[in-house]
Design a protein around this ligand. Structure first.
Ligand SMILES: Cc1cc2nc3c(=O)[nH]c(=O)nc-3n(C[C@H](O)[C@H](O)[C@H](O)COP(=O)(O)OP(=O)(O)OC[C@H]3O[C@@H](n4cnc5c(N)ncnc54)[C@H](O)[C@@H]3O)c2cc1C
Length: 430
């Protein structure tokens, strides 16, 4: 979408092939509907908190069909909006599954199209491991269209999609288990985040089972884990990884190099091993986030059609996990910072958010700064708590600019907020 629109604005003649719905994964079965579901799930706690402020909200009931219908209506609006944006930019829209024939030819619906440049931005697809009974399980794709909510659910995985859906199901009243084969959730994130998120999710009723991996599923659904444990549930959702969408695209025959996972291998300018074929987004398996794909698309349009070779900077990309509670992070984890920089200073703070102090609420907000001991630059900022994504987006600017701890401290906080903690942490953590 973005690469096409910007390229067209720079004067290129553009055609876009789309086999699905406009907006891709993010709009249809990713970020947007996921966050809408996440809002829906959080109301359960909001009603509870409201009571501690004197509100009587009566009996709260949730209707899944209403949420689905409203979500679908909004997504359909976005589909139209996106298609309109492309059409207005002057891009020719081709509907159907495209394949690459050679360095300058694409085939779609039995017709061949010649192009000076071909951009592959076909995204990725969720995978279910090859265990007996795998056909009984769903992925996030189906979770967005369930006919009804199950009474019980098992979400398998420890990455952001798994923890988000476990929180969504639990918040919507489904008795939820989260099973992950590793020892800690959110691999690759700062270890404190994974560990504390598991604790917070347990407080909210999710049964978090670590080092637990389903080995087979039998109708019912009966789940048998590798260690022999058995669990009965009504829905199993795997969020155990996604594969780049390159199968059957014709890329290898056209000379495009793929890596072991099937991702298109590209250079810093998103160029593949064939000069005229580029790739961006999830299909390159670099940093699989929408704003990163968008940035890569804009950089490519500049490189090809404005004569300004532009590489996308993948450092210090802020990101959020819309679990309950939210998690957000920018920069290096403590572990990574120690590997890269040696000595680091750590600042941590955990507290109960003001909004939760009037009732018996257990949730703790957590913040952490990772600082290079030698230069005092803030290398990483990490948070668990309400609006973590909103807060870290701002902190991300400071980290990107290379701000030091002293500059964080020289910033006066906004009181009373949770965010002010990021500029008032004075005690180093041992
Ligand atoms: C459940 C979930 C939640 C997510 N939440 C977030 C989030 O909160 N924040 C965030 O930043 N990212 C999130 N992501 C990741 C984000 O959705 C992806 O990083 C992003 O969509 C990648 O964009 P893309 O353009 O590379 O691919 P996609 O958005 O997948 O687009 C690829 C498009 O190509 C089309 N296509 C594929 N093959 C062909 C073909 N042969 N011919 C024609 N068309 C084809 C597909 O129909 C699709 O429309 C989430 C992903 C999932 C699955």
């Amino acid at each position: 979408m973005r690469a096409s629109r910007v390229a067209a604005n720079y004067g290129a003649r553009v055609a876009v092939a789309e086999s699905g719905r406009f907006g891709g994964t993010c709009v249809n079965v990713g970020c947007i509907p996921k966050k809408l579901f996440s809002y829906a799930a959080h109301f359960r706690e909001d009603f509870h908190v409201a009571r501690s402020f004197g509100w009587t909200v009566g009996e709260a009931r949730f209707d899944w069909a209403t949420l689905l219908a409203n979500k679908d209506r909004e997504i359909a609006r976005l589909n139209g909006l996106y298609e309109g944006v492309l059409a207005r930019a002057g891009a020719q829209i081709l509907r159907g599954k495209a394949t690459v024939v050679d360095a300058h030819t694409v085939e779609l619906g039995g017709k061949r199209y010649g192009a000076r440049h071909i951009l592959v931005a076909t995204g990725s697809w969720p995978q279910i491991p090859a265990i007996p009974g795998r056909e009984l399980a769903i992925t996030s794709n189906e979770a967005f269209h369930l006919a009804s909510l199950p009474r019980r659910a098992l979400v398998v995985g420890g990455g952001y999609i798994a923890v988000e859906f476990a929180s969504i199901f639990q918040g919507l009243g489904v008795q939820t288990t989260l099973a992950y084969r590793g020892a800690q959730l959110l691999r690759g994130f700062d270890a404190d985040l994974g560990q504390r998120l598991a604790e917070e999710m347990k407080k909210k009723g999710v049964a978090v089972r670590l080092q637990a991996n389903p080995a087979r599923l039998d109708p019912g659904i009966k789940v048998t884990y590798e260690d022999g444990a058995v669990e009965d549930t009504d829905l199993v959702m795997f969020a155990t990884g996604r594969t780049p969408n390159t199968a059957g695209l014709g890329l290898e025959a056209a000379g495009v190099k793929l890596d072991a996972a099937g991702a298109v291998v590209v250079d810093a300018y998103s160029r593949s091993s064939v000069d005229s074929i580029h790739a961006i987004g999830d299909v390159t398996n670099r940093l699989n986030l929408t704003p990163v794909a968008t940035a890569e698309g804009m950089a490519l349009a500049k490189t090809l059609f404005r004569n300004e070779p532009t590489a996308t900077d993948h450092d210090n990309v802020p990101t959020a996990v819309f679990s309950d509670p939210n998690v957000a992070t920018v920069g290096l984890s403590e572990e990574r910072a120690r590997q890269k920089h040696g000595r680091v200073d750590i600042y941590k703070s955990a507290f109960r958010a003001l909004k939760l102090t009037l009732g018996a609420h257990e949730e703790r907000t957590f913040m952490k700064l990772v600082v290079d001991a030698a230069t005092q630059r803030v290398l990483g900022a990490h948070m668990i708590g309400p609006d973590a994504g909103e807060i870290i987006q701002g902190i991300g600017i400071a980290v990107k600019l290379g701000a030091t701890k002293a500059q964080f401290d020289a910033t006066i906080g906004i009181h009373p907020t949770a965010a002010e903690e990021f500029v008032t942490m004075r005690e180093k953590s041992p």
